[in-house]
Design a binder for this molecule. Sequence first.
Ligand code: IPM
Ligand code: MG
Length: 356
Amino acid sequence: MKIAVLPGDGIGTEIVEQAVRVLKALDLKFEMEEALVGGVAYDAHGHPLPESTLKLAKEADAVLFGAVGDWKYDKLERQFRPEQAILGLRKNLGLFANFRPAICYEQLTHASSLKPELVAGLDILIIRELTGDIYFGQPRGKRTSPDGNFPGAEEAFDTMRYTRPEIERIARVAFEAARKRNKRVTSVDKANVLETFQFWKDVVTEVHKDYPDIELDHMYVDNAAMQLVKAPKKFDVVVTGNMFGDILSDEAAMLTGSIGMLPSASLNASKQGLYEPSHGSAPDIAGKGVANPLATILSAAMMLRYSLDQEEAAQRIENAVKKVLAQGLRTPDIYSEGTTKVGTREMGDAVLKALG
Ligand code: IPM
Ligand code: MG
């Protein structure tokens, strides 16, 4: 088994370092190899996803990813921006199924901006389609507007599209995930306006026939955004397209008040996966040793579970994280009065100790 380790930019290096320490402590048989990605890769090789990094990622069973991006790259041409690395990895590895859990940890309930009773015990799984939709749809670009409100004016455009197989496979992933949970799937669309998402809704409804044990409901994306803050605990598994999933998963993450705690997994059809924290590179706190490494450590646990077939080791890590929270250790992002403030490395130390 081989893990490609891609720390990336900003706090990426600090948090991945802690996850690697935890993985090493498990004493399992796998190889880890590190490579540059994002802005640091652009600085060193002139591209955010150099050939060598992509090759390593493709050959590995799993990729442990930190974060990419920094303000200083914002002015680069789009193809050289750090974000292109993550989009390139998704596309090239066919990582179509993105799992974004939003879990509210008992000890962190107060960190949410919602009333504690709305979020206590919250456990939602957002499943976002990751390789289609308006993110990748062709054609896209700039041109002279051929019609519409201002014919002849300069315009930019993207294309929203989904094929039947793309919808079918992500729907199956969602129904199967729901089987291991509370057996409810909410499919989020915009079928009232968009052809793409009327088709999405129809195909999800068809696939559902194979899963009679799962309850399916459909919700428009605007209503879903509202319900997520009104009564988030009503959701179990949410399945949606790439763009809506991007937006709703950030909203859901914030419900927990601690995005620094949330891992994510992006899988392809052969269980190869990319694992990364749900948060970004946080350049404002990079290098200060205060970033929360727990989302990355929990991403490593997801990696063990979904790509490396090591359920026991995954649970060992998750239990260790619960233990350090119970001990009252907190990085600044989740700190509250009466708890103990620690830095990135101390948090890593504590998890290592709690592994037992
Ligand atoms: C995410 C991010 C990415 C996305 C960006 C960095 C390209 O927002 O993973 O949610 O839009 O998918
Ligand atoms: Mg996003």
